[in-house]
Design a protein around this ligand. Structure first.
Ligand code: ASP
Ligand code: MG
Length: 401
C-alpha cells in the first residue's frame, strides 16, 4: 500500500468551503489505496493575524507564549479538516505537532526538528484513518511547544515523509508547480515538469517561496520524491527527484528583496566582520573583495546596526569611504549547467543592466549568478535575463515587485 504525505498551504485552506474540497480530495486519494498523512498550514492569513494580535499587547517577538499562540493556527486547520472528513463517513484524526511525535530543539520561533517518533501516526494509519498533522510546530524535550519558523509546515511535511518512508511528498499550493521565474512578475515564465533537488534547493535558498529550503534538504537527504502542485485543480505539478534533467537552459530567476548593500575601501577579516553582524543569518552571499574594495550584502533589518558598527570601528579596522544603500533587491539566475554561464557575457555587462548604474555582482551560490540592484529595477533586470536565456524576445515588464 502506498504511503502518501500531502501538505496544504494557507491559501488552499482559506475557507471552510476549501477545507470541504480538500476533504473530498483526501478521500479520493485514500480510495486509490493509499495510507494518507496530511500536514496543514494555518488558514489563509491566520499566522499574520496572530502575529499582529500579539504585537498589540506585547513587544515580544519570540518566546513560549508566542509559539503557543502561533501553533494554534495550524491546529484549527487540522481539526476542521478532520471534522470534514469524518462528516463524509471516513475515519480521521487530527494531531498537534507534539502528538504526532515531532521533537524539536528548545528554540522558540525558529526551532529545528531533532527527532520524529512515528509510533502514534503508524498506529492510526494501520487503523485505517487519515491522519491530519498541524504543521510548523513540535515539542522540545522539556515539553515546550516550539515553532519552526515562517513557512515551517513544508519542513514538517518533509520530515514526516522521511520518517514514515513515504512513497512521495506532495506540496499543494496556489501555483501549478515550480516555474522558471515567478509568473506574477516575469512574463513568459515556464513551468518545470521535472527538477532535481539541488536545482530546487538553490531556487528556495535564493528567494523562490514555493517550498521552504529546509524541506527540500530533508527530501534530498532521504531521497523522498517531492511534487509541487496546485490544490485548485488535478493537473500534475513539478516532480522533484534526484536525477531529473530539465527542459530549459536555466533553472530559474529568483528575487530576494529587502537588502542593504555596503561597500568600503579596505578589507576586514571575516571573523572581525561577524562580530559586527547582529545576526549571522543576516548575511546574504559571500563577502566580496576586489580592487581594494569590500562589498557586503545583508538583510535590511540589520542595516542600521551594521552601518553604526562600521562607522564606530572604521579607524580600528583600517577602512574608509563607507557607502551604504538600502532598498536593494538581489536577482539570481540559477543554472542547471554551469557552461551556460558563459552565455551571460554579451548580455551582462552588468553596468548596463540598469539605467542608474547601481548594480553590484555578488556570489550567493555556486550554481547561481547574482546581482544586487535598487528594488525598482529588479523586475526589469529579471525579465531581461530570463528572456535571454529562454530564447524569448524581450518583453517589457510592467509590474512592480
Ligand atoms: N503558518 C505558518 C506561516 O505562515 C507556517 C506555514 O504556513 O508554513 O509561516
Ligand atoms: Mg509556504
Amino acid at each position: 500500500m502506498a504511503r502518501v504525505l500531502q501538505k496544504y498551504g494557507g491559501t488552499s485552506l482559506q475557507s471552510t468551503e476549501r477545507i470541504r474540497l480538500i476533504a473530498d480530495r483526501a478521500i479520493r486519494e485514500q480510495e486509490n489505496g493509499s495510507q494518507l498523512v496530511i500536514v496543514v498550514s494555518a488558514m489563509g492569513d491566520t499566522t499574520n493575524q496572530l502575529v499582529q494580535l500579539a504585537s498589540e499587547v506585547s513587544s515580544c517577538t519570540a518566546g513560549r507564549e508566542l509559539d503557543l499562540l502561533l501553533s494554534t493556527g495550524e491546529q484549527i486547520s487540522s481539526s476542521l479538516l478532520a471534522l470534514a472528513i469524518q462528516e463524509r463517513g471516513r475515519e480521521a484524526i487530527a494531531l498537534t505537532g507534539a502528538q504526532a511525535g515531532l521533537e524539536t530543539e528548545e528554540v522558540h520561533g525558529d526551532a529545528r526538528i531533532t527527532d520524529v517518533n512515528t509510533a502514534k501516526i503508524r498506529e492510526e494509519l494501520n487503523a485505517g484513518k487519515i491522519v491530519l498533522v498541524a504543521g510548523f510546530q513540535g515539542c522540545a524535550k522539556n515539553q515546550e511547544i516550539c515553532t519552526l519558523g515562517r513557512g515551517g509546515s513544508d519542513t514538517t511535511a518533509a520530515a514526516l515523509a522521511a520518517a514514515l518512508q513515504a512513497d512521495r511528498c506532495e506540496i499543494f499550493t496556489d501555483v501549478d508547480g515550480v516555474y522558471s521565474a515567478d509568473p506574477r512578475y516575469v512574463l513568459g515564465a515556464r513551468k518545470h515538469e521535472r527538477l532535481n533537488y539541488t536545482h530546487l534547493l538553490t531556487l528556495a535558498e535564493t528567494g523562490a517561496e514555493v517550498v521552504h529550503p529546509r524541506a527540500v534538504a530533508y527530501a534530498q537527504d532521504h531521497q523522498i520524491p517531492l511534487v509541487v502542485r496546485s490544490s485548485f485543480h488535478e493537473q500534475e505539478g513539478t516532480k522533484i527527484q534526484h536525477d531529473s534533467g530539465i527542459a530549459f537552459p536555466v533553472v530559474g530567476v529568483t528575487f530576494q528583496k529587502g537588502l542593504s548593500y555596503f561597500q568600503w575601501r579596505g578589507k576586514i577579516e571575516e571573523e572581525e566582520l561577524l562580530a559586527g553582524l547582529a545576526d549571522v543569518n543576516s548575511l546574504v552571499g559571500n563577502v566580496q573583495v576586489s580592487n581594494g574594495h569590500t562589498d557586503l550584502i545583508i538583510k535590511e533589518e540589520h542595516g542600521s546596526e551594521m552601518s553604526a558598527w562600521l562607522n564606530e570601528n572604521k579607524h580600528k579596522l583600517g577602512i574608509n569611504s563607507i557607502q551604504h544603500a538600502e532598498g536593494m533587491t538581489a536577482v539570481h539566475l540559477v543554472f542547471a549547467d554551469l557552461d551556460e554561464k558563459r552565455r551571460l557575457a554579451p548580455l551582462l555587462n552588468e553596468k548596463e543592466l540598469v539605467p542608474s548604474g547601481d548594480v553590484y555582482r555578488i556570489n550567493c551560490a555556486p550554481d547561481a549568478w547574482s546581482v544586487v540592484v535598487p528594488e525598482e529595477y529588479a523586475v526589469e533586470v529579471a525579465q531581461r535575463i530570463h528572456d535571454w536565456f529562454m530564447g524569448l524576445e524581450s518583453k517589457k515588464a510592467s509590474i512592480a515587485l
